[in-house]
Design a protein around this ligand. Structure first.
Ligand code: B12
Length: 133
C-alpha cells in the first residue's frame, strides 16, 4: 500500500568526504516541504549509512556525490545493501554531477533513480513516492 508523504522516511547523506552540500540541503528542504521525514547525516561512508538506515528503519536512502567518488562508493553502498538483504525493502537514490555514461553505470550498479543538476522537487518527490508505493 502506498504510504502518504508524512510517513515516508528518507535518510540523506553525502558519500564519503564530499564537500558539496548545497544540493543535498536543497533536497532535504524539498522533501520536508513535501511532508516527508528526513534524517540528514552529513558526511558518511557506506557502512555508516547502511547501519543508520537499518536502525532508523528508513524507506529510502538518498546519497549525494559531486566529488568524483560516485562509482566507487556508490557501488560499495549498493553491494552492502544487497549483502544485508535491504534491496527489496528500501529504495536507493543518488544525485550529483555525472556524465551520461556514469548515469547509466549508476543504474547498472543498482540505484533505483539517478538525479543530476536541475532536478526539480516534482521529479524527486514523484520518484520517491513511486518507489515507496
Ligand atoms: C560550489 C562548488 C564547489 C564548492 C562547494 C561548496 C559547498 N559547500 O557546497 C567548493 C569550492 C568547496 C568545491 C570543491 C570541489 N569541487 Co566543486 N563545484 C561546485 C559547483 C560550482 C556548484 C555545485 C553546487 O553547489 N550546485 C548547486 C546545487 C543546488 O546543485 P547540485 O549539487 O547539482 O544538486 C542538485 C542535483 O544534482 C540533485 N542532487 C544532488 N545531490 C542529490 C542527492 C539526492 C538524494 C537527490 C535526490 C538529488 C540530488 O538535486 C539537486 C537539486 O537540483 C560545481 C559545478 C556545477 N555547476 O555544478 C562544481 C563541481 C561539482 N565540483 C567539482 C570538483 C571536481 C570539485 C573538487 C574535487 C575540486 C578539487 N580538485 O578540489 C572539490 C571537492 C573536494 C571534495 N572532497 O569533495 C566538479 C565535479 C566533477 C565530477 N562530478 O566528477 C564540478 C562539477 C565542477 C566541474 N565542472 O568540474 N566545489
Amino acid at each position: 500500500m502506498k504510504k502518504d508523504n508524512a510517513k515516508i522516511k528518507v535518510l540523506l547523506s553525502k558519500l564519503g568526504l564530499d564537500v558539496h552540500n548545497r544540493g543535498l540541503i536543497t533536497v532535504a528542504k524539498m522533501l520536508r516541504d513535501a511532508g516527508m521525514e528526513v534524517i540528514y547525516l552529513g558526511n558518511a561512508l557506506p557502512d555508516e549509512i547502511i547501519n543508520i538506515a537499518i536502525q532508523e528503519d528508513a524507506d529510502v536512502i538518498g546519497v549525494s556525490s559531486l566529488g568524483g567518488a560516485h562509482l566507487t562508493l556508490g557501488k560499495d553502498l549498493i553491494d552492502l545493501a544487497t549483502e544485508k538483504g535491504l534491496k527489496e525493502s528500501m529504495a536507493f537514490i543518488i544525485g550529483g554531477i555525472f556524465s551520461i555514461e556514469d548515469h547509466q553505470k549508476l543504474k547498472e550498479v543498482g540505484f533505483d533513480e539517478v538525479f543530476t543538476a536541475g532536478a526539480t522537487q516534482e521529479e524527486i518527490v514523484g520518484a520517491i513516492q513511486s518507489l515507496v508505493a
